[in-house]
Design a protein. Structure first.
Lengths: 312, 556
């Protein structure tokens, strides 16, 4: 613990005046320490760099992309050239520009769908882990239902049912099929935490169940939730690409998934335009991999034994 | 004859560079062949770090920073992992505190032995069965345990198995790291006896690491006292007992006494006489509801749990127990683990419901309370938990932890609530109060944490405090302080105290009356001093005998 003084928040200053002891770490410091833990993991560092690059590309797409996403009128199915680094599509659009614009959709869907399914998983998992009796059985039944139904067919059915909804529909489908696994993981952790003394002590302090779950138990599983978020986001990115590849999304939107869909439609591989299939596929794989790599570092937050470079 | 183990100037650090901690600091000593040596120290003294270093099991961030460990002339610290594994046969073996949990739950005990035989090849394949049976025989277990799985054995049996496993490599040196600490008092005694006898029969050299000076003095010929990473005293047991040289050793010794003695004095309790509760009227102004004092009445209560597995009989945890805890009284509930004392605490705090009989607090029927009504009970009946390390949420400051019950039970808000929190901290002796309020649990010592737990229990201004082994997880030197605090609270605040423990000495110091539980039944009850001085039930006598007491019997 360093002896450096903490930022002058009013309460802390009063308390620490006569202190020779280590001050309580400020929230900012905690965040920094967590970030450095994740960063210290080699795999996570690579993941963060890749994810950072993709986010930069997505944010600055209007500046980076040489042409518009739907701007056509170039030579159709052209090979790579100085004007079109990755060639053009069968509809005469620039592949590199589509790739750059498409990153926005993938990252947006990944983060939003990952976040939503994590929120649902937290709400369901924690209350399920804390309640006992009939209520828990009901939730158990519902969650099991979502777990046993194979994901992809369910997605296709729901997507076909909600057809024409665009990105919003894709997010809904991914969230519906993606929350159950996280809920079960969080539920088992909640069950193990609820038998801890400090939870019993909170009952003795007169706390209501809602507060016990979300103020006592929840903060103790932050790393699990963060890990769950990255896992869910990975799954969401893959599911989004999969659905769009099957033509179940809005095929007029430019995303990596629809690029694959159109490439397949125009038999890109037969015409020798490997970049059309390969580039978006590689981007999807890289983005998913980066999130998974970050998760290696997140594991190290709660379990110091998994931190790298410290074994002998 | 040369020494078996020669340790010169050994230092072990945690971490590197300026932020490192010196856990073991320039320690030197030698062990002769066949010696039984005890290493005593409180938590954080570096004794376990030292034990791991000796066995070559130091793991990063622990790091041997200097010195040498010579076992039969070979430096253990310089061995590679492979050489170290070779050396395990006929070298150093270790029995851990959690050794009972070190067994693989899905493999039978026989498999554990076979693993070792196969890895070292020192036993002929045909002799595996007989050798394993011989080894478990040495730790006084029947050969039939070999076909059992760890889950089917009790904690004591599992610890015996792990001792037998350590023996299977015919080690010259056995390091026992708190081998009995996690076990029940009565079992503890039996396992220690086995270890002492084994050492005499097998003639290995033993290093017993323990926080309990009593156990060490009873078993070891020579005792090393460790304090803050340094060995402060190295002398034969008898000399330690009769003429301790170091102040730290003297302090440790002062915390042992015989609960059967006529007058029991512990540091912090000198010259204190147990007065009847009503002789000390409450003196704290904040107590306003003094008049409607209520008693806890436990009336013919039984608690029966359903059979754990099909075909087994149901478990009667509490069997027809009746007692009344009058306001201001202190009552000890003692017994070995499994005697039902913790179940009784759960029944009184409405965590469990009685199978028959009733628990009443004033006109409140505790047994029929539902979850939503718990506040009515917990306003007046509070609990102090056994493990101060588990009872505080690691992410909340002391202030938050204490503010919650204040807000929930007293209705105070904002500054008033804060004033009350600081008052509570002052009551439990944590000052400067502002400083402690801002701390997180990991910045506090075990004793300070337990004081926070007690402060939380006091927040609602309760009439009854149930303390479930409140000092069993604390170092000896901290115990007296916490016990004295509980005693003060009872005298000054008129709080009645139900003190649950297996430690008869502390029961003697803080309680007026005692109930001894065995198998869910009350086997003996009465005035604490009288019961402990003249125990009539055989179980009480066994409990008393199991207390390690350096002064009582012949030291080896």
């Amino acid at each position: 613990m360093s002896t450096q003084s903490i930022p002058p928040s009013t309460r802390a200053v009063r308390a620490i005046e006569q202190a020779s002891i280590a001050p309580a770490p400020s929230p900012l410091k905690v965040v920094l320490r967590v970030a450095s833990t994740v960063w210290s993991n080699g795999k996570a560092r690579i993941g963060i760099i890749i994810l950072g690059l993709f986010i930069l590309i997505a944010v600055f797409a209007p500046l980076i992309a040489p042409y518009g996403a739907r701007q056509n009128g170039f030579d159709r199915s052209a090979d790579a050239s100085a004007a079109h680094w990755l060639g053009t599509t069968a509809a005469g659009e620039d592949v590199l520009s589509q790739l750059i614009w498409g990153s926005q959709i993938s990252i947006f869907v990944g983060l939003v769908a990952g976040l939503l399914s994590t929120v649902i998983a937290v709400l369901v998992g924690l209350s399920w882990g804390y309640v006992r009796g009939f209520g828990a059985d009901v939730i158990n039944f519902i969650v099991n239902l979502f777990l046993v139904i194979p994901g992809l067919p369910l997605m296709i059915v729901i997507a076909a049912y909600l057809s024409g909804g665009g990105i919003g529909m894709i997010i809904v489908v991914v969230v519906i099929t993606g929350w159950a696994w996280g809920a079960r993981v969080l539920r088992s952790q909640t069950q193990s935490l609820r038998s801890r003394d400090f939870v019993t002590a909170a009952v003795f302090s007169g706390e209501r169940p809602f507060r016990i779950v979300f103020r006592e138990i929840l903060p103790n599983m932050t790393s699990l939730i963060v890990g769950n978020f990255f896992g869910a986001a990975t799954a969401a990115i893959l599911a989004e690409a999969g659905l769009e590849y099957l033509g179940l999304g809005d095929t007029t939107v430019v995303s990596w998934g629809t690029m694959l869909f159109w490439a397949q439609n125009s038999n890109a591989l037969l015409t020798g335009q490997w970049a059309l299939l390969f580039a978006p596929g590689l981007c999807i794989a890289l983005l998913a991999t980066s999130l998974t790599l970050i998760n290696f570092g997140v594991d190290g937050i709660s379990n110091p034994r998994l931190r790298e470079g410290k074994q002998r | 004859m040369t020494a078996l183990l020669e340790i010169t100037d050994l230092s072990v650090d945690y971490g590197e560079g300026t932020g490192s901690t010196h856990a073991v600091n320039h320690v030197s000593f030698t062990l002769e062949h066949g010696e039984f040596v005890g290493l005593v120290g409180e938590s954080g003294s570096g004794k376990s770090t030292f034990g791991f270093a000796v066995t070559g099991l130091s793991k990063p961030p622990a790091r041997i920073a200097g010195g040498s460990i010579l076992l039969d002339g070979v430096d253990i610290a310089s061995l590679s992992t492979g050489e170290l594994r070779e050396q395990r046969h006929g070298g150093v073996a270790m029995v851990l505190q959690s050794g009972m949990n070190a067994l693989n739950p899905v493999r039978s005990i026989r498999n554990h032995f076979v693993d070792i035989f196969r890895a070292h090849g020192h036993v002929e394949r045909g002799d595996w069965g007989s050798r394993a049976a011989e080894l478990v025989g040495k730790v006084e277990l029947p050969a039939s345990v070999l076909d059992r799985y760890p889950g089917e054995l009790s904690g004591g049996m599992r610890q015996r198995v792990s001792i037998a496993l350590a023996l299977s490599l015919e080690p010259k040196l056995m390091v026992f790291d708190e081998p009995t600490t996690a076990l029940d008092v009565l079992v503890q005694h039996a396992v220690m006896d086995t270890i002492i006898e084994l050492q005499k029969k097998e003639n290995f050299t033993a290093l017993l690491i323990s926080h309990d000076l009593g156990i060490v003095l009873e078993s070891a010929q020579r005792v090393l006292v460790m304090h803050e990473g340094e060995i402060v005293e190295d002398a034969p047991s008898r000399q330690i007992l009769e003429r301790p040289g170091d102040d730290y050793t003297k302090m440790l010794l002062s915390h042992y006494a015989d609960p059967r003695a006529e007058v029991v004095e512990l540091p912090g309790f000198e010259g204190r006489h147990r007065a009847p509760a009503d002789a000390h009227p409450p003196t704290v102004s904040s107590r306003t509801r003094r008049k409607d004092q209520k008693a806890i009445v436990v009336d013919h209560v039984s608690k029966v749990y359903p059979a754990p597995r099909r075909g087994e009989s149901q478990v009667t945890a509490v069997d027809d127990v009746s007692f009344t805890l009058e306001p201001g009284q202190s009552l000890a509930l003692v017994g070995a683990s499994g005697s039902g004392k913790s179940t009784l605490a759960k029944l009184i705090t409405a965590v469990e419901k009685p199978s028959s009989g009733s628990v009443r607090f004033g006109d409140l029927d505790v047994g029929s309370l539902r979850r939503g009504q718990f506040r009515r009970l917990h306003r007046d009946v509070q609990m102090v938990f056994q493990d101060p390390y588990a009872a505080l949420n690691p992410l909340h400051t002391v202030e938050y932890t204490l503010t919650r019950p204040v807000v929930n039970f007293t209705g105070l808000k904002g500054l008033d609530a804060r004033r009350r929190v600081l008052e509570l901290l002052d009551t439990v002796g944590l000052s400067p109060v502002e400083e402690f309020a801002a701390k997180l649990p990991h910045q506090l010592s075990g004793g300070q944490r337990q004081r926070v737990v007690i402060a939380r229990a006091l927040a609602s201004d309760p009439q009854v405090i149930i303390a479930d082994e409140p000092v069993s997880m604390l170092d000896v030197s901290l115990r007296a302080g916490v016990l004295a605090l509980l005693e003060d609270l009872r005298e000054q605040w008129g709080v009645s105290l139900l003190y649950i423990t297996h430690d008869l000495l502390s029961a003697r110091v803080v309680t007026d009356n005692i109930m001894v539980l065995n198998g869910g039944r009350v086997v003996e009850r009465g005035n604490t001093a009288e019961v402990l001085r003249n125990p009539t039930d055989e179980y009480t006598i066994r409990l008393l005998d199991a207390i390690p007491n350096p002064g009582r019997q012949d030291v080896a």
